[in-house]
Design a binder for this molecule. Structure first.
Ligand code: HEC
Length: 645
């Protein structure tokens, strides 16, 4: 990702300025000297050139980082001066793919023409060192966590040993995230370890157990491949790491929801170095102080995978996709994705008034330097805007990056010799309602392109459920299950919607089937427990609540509901114990306070009961049961006092 070394980064939403304090020193001297024009006269390393390297190169070119050599000292630079001139003039370095003028991104890594000319002239003049007193202070780099100590650090259960020799590897590590209650994650920092071999990383989350099961199929940690299983970008957050990037601080108020039982899926793209390496990445999670407010971010994906069928030798194979926005959005980031054959990538927005706005253009795609590009300022696109993507591919032998020699027919797929055509945009809709409309339109479009996309039916079902169209949602869940009967999440959600429609029997049957495919699916246990309780089958309900609590010991709702069933069975002491746990975990649950109060009241502990009814009413002044219970408890307490007198 962008290396936010330049001045200040205007954060995506809040306008919050983040300053990379350690580098301010070089910024000053640099802007004074180059100021848009190449420096004149005799150029020296210490005065004219070092500031450029300190600012633009050493984030990667220093010991322990991704680049193969350091550029911190005069000697380092002088030895390679000629190559440096070549790679800066060709703009191979610093690596940065988007074309200038086609969307403005935070932390762009691009030398100005003046800087390139300064380096060229300095080398041509014999690359003199100059007066050591002119040398700006070396930039300070933070060792360890750059965003400070994380709230939660997660590691591989044991390190992964990377073979010494090629081919390059995509390895997906599945790491359980040990939280016992819902958390909101503001941002994530990855320390990949072995920076020299890790080329980039992507992070996703998998609330199902499916990635874990894939991991278990071989003895080493993780599983191979460019596909990340069922993991997803959480709540529209794009999480990635590239060499030299400064971690994104996140935005308070837009954190993503992390549920207990979720696995982190970390994909590392690694290139063996000739000797075995120990891979031991660590991930830091930073929690938000409060749940997010307003609409969540969404990911919008344009893609043309179904159109990829590139004959060998074809130099200019084009695919396109387009999508009309059903609502206004702010575009926050772009993540274009293809493998080795892609050449040009274009993302363009045509507004309803006919004006065009480039979202991104890359005229010489290089998989190696892929990145997530965050806009310097969000781009507002009104409803009715058509977003289009157009990618071209070169499957000839002239393409030096072509992995197949001689070239062969290429279709879409997850192997590195296959291709892909995705343009993901991270957008912020204006309201939760708009987010649902956007999601509905996206998945309807996905299904028009690929009517066998199980995931799209499932997500369309969720969108329609959120939109308040339960019958339509049920139809989509069933369509998903027709194609994949083992889709436990679709079964569970179908059950929930059926239950709200009064069809509790079929709901129970769906939960049970979900559990057959996914025995540790806490949500399905919980929902089944609730359905059984509604049917009066209390012992069975208790069994399922206990399963939930085995899987998610801190789920207050399960403690509360278990308590309710126990009290229905007259087991008051056990019930009160459960309500107490619920209240401790979730002190702001009016329901749990009311239940605890009721249990205590039944045991004659009126004083304590009154306290909890009052707390329930403080949290939820309209809680009718708590009000009634409080009235009864007070009455009883008063008459008890009278009797005593
Ligand atoms: C984002 C990290 C990053 C930044 C910033 C960066 N480099 Fe590099 N550089 C690399 C990596 C990684 C390589 C190894 C090349 C490869 O893997 O293809 C490299 C290679 C090079 C090479 C060797 C190229 C060759 O063909 O042998 C030179 C010279 C170089 N960089 C100079 C620079 C200069 C000068 C700058 C600043 C203007 C710079 N780099 C900025 C990561 C970076």
């Amino acid at each position: 990702m962008a290396d936010f070394k330049k001045i200040t980064l205007v954060s995506l939403i809040a306008g919050l300025a983040v300053e990379v304090a350690s580098l301010v020193g070089c910024r000053d001297s640099d802007s004074r000297r180059t100021n848009g024009k190449p420096a004149s006269g005799t150029l020296t390393f210490t005065r004219d050139v070092a500031p450029v390297f300190f600012r633009e190169c050493v984030a990667c070119h220093r010991p322990g980082e991704s680049a193969p050599f350091s550029l911190l000292t005069y000697r380092d630079v002088k030895r390679r001066a000629r190559t440096i001139v070549a790679v800066t003039r060709s703009r191979f370095m610093p690596p940065w793919l988007p074309d200038p003028g086609y969307g403005q991104f935070a932390g762009e890594r691009r030398l100005t023409d003046a800087q390139i000319e300064t380096i060229r002239r300095w080398e041509a003049q014999g690359a003199p060192e100059g007066d050591p007193a002119d040398l700006p202070p070396l930039p300070q780099f933070t060792e360890g966590w750059r965003l400070g100590q994380p709230d939660l650090v997660i590691k591989l259960p044991r390190p992964y040993i990377l073979r010494a020799d090629p081919p390059e590897v995509w390895r997906n590590f599945v790491i359980p995230i040990p939280v016992s209650t819902t958390r909101y994650v503001k941002t994530v920092e990855l320390r990949p370890g072995s920076a020299g071999v890790v080329h980039h990383a992507l992070l996703g989350v998998d609330p199902t157990r499916s990635s874990r099961r894939r991991d278990e199929r071989d003895v080493e940690p993780g599983f191979d491949g460019m596909g990340m299983g069922d993991s997803q970008a959480p709540d529209g957050h794009l999480l990635g790491w590239t060499p030299g990037m400064v971690p994104f601080p996140g935005v308070e108020g837009k954190a993503w929801r992390l549920e207990p039982g979720t696995d982190l899926v970390l994909q590392l793209h690694v290139i063996p170095s000739g000797k075995p390496e120990v891979l031991n990445p660590i991930v830091g999670l930073y929690f938000a102080k409060a749940p997010p407010v307003g609409p969540l971010m969404s990911l919008m994906r344009l893609d043309a995978d179904q159109a990829i069928d590139i004959p060998p030798g074809e130099k200019h194979f084009i695919v396109t996709d387009r999508f009309e926005l059903p609502v206004d959005v702010e575009v926050l980031a772009a993540y274009p994705h293809a493998h080795f054959l892609a050449k040009t990538m274009e993302g363009l927005a045509r507004l309803p008034d006919g004006t065009e706005r480039w979202l991104i253009r890359i005229s010489d795609w290089d998989f190696k330097w892929q990145d997530i590009y965050r806009y310097a300022k969000p781009i507002h696109l009104p409803k009715g805007t058509t977003i289009s993507m157009r990618y071209s591919y070169d499957n000839s032998a002239d393409n030096v990056r072509n992995p197949s020699r001689p070239p062969k027919r290429v279709v879409a797929g997850l192997r590195s010799s296959d291709e892909m055509a995705h343009l993901q945009l991270q957008v912020l809709p204006r309201s939760a309602e708009d987010a649902v409309l956007l999601k509905e339109a996206l998945y309807r479009q996905a299904l028009r392109k690929n009517p066998s996309d199980v995931w799209a039916y499932y997500e369309l079902g969720n969108a329609l459920r959120d939109k308040g169209q339960p019958l339509e949602a049920i139809r989509q869940y069933r369509a998903a299950l027709e194609r994949d009967p083992s889709h436990a999440a679709a079964r569970n959600n179908l059950g929930v919607v059926l239950a709200t429609q009064g069809n509790v029997d079929e709901a129970m049957s769906q939960y049970r089937q979900a559990l057959r495919f996914e025995p540790d699916f806490a949500d399905a246990h919980y929902n089944l427990g609730n359905a059984l309780r509604a049917k009066g089958r209390l012992d069975e309900a208790i069994r399922h609540y206990r399963e939930v609590l085995r899987l998610e010991p801190d789920l207050a709702e399960a403690h509360n509901n278990l308590g309710e069933v126990l009290s229905l069975q007259g087991k008051l002491d056990e019930a009160i114990a459960q309500f107490r746990i619920a209240v401790r975990i979730k002190p702001d649950s009016a329901e749990a306070h009311n239940n605890l109060g009721a249990g205590l009241g039944l045991q004659g502990k009126l004083g304590e009961a009154i306290t909890h009814f009052r707390q329930a009413l403080q949290i939820e002044p309209d809680h009718a049961n708590a009000r009634e219970n409080l009235r009864i408890a007070v009455e009883k307490a008063v008459s008890a006092a009278r009797v005593q007198r």
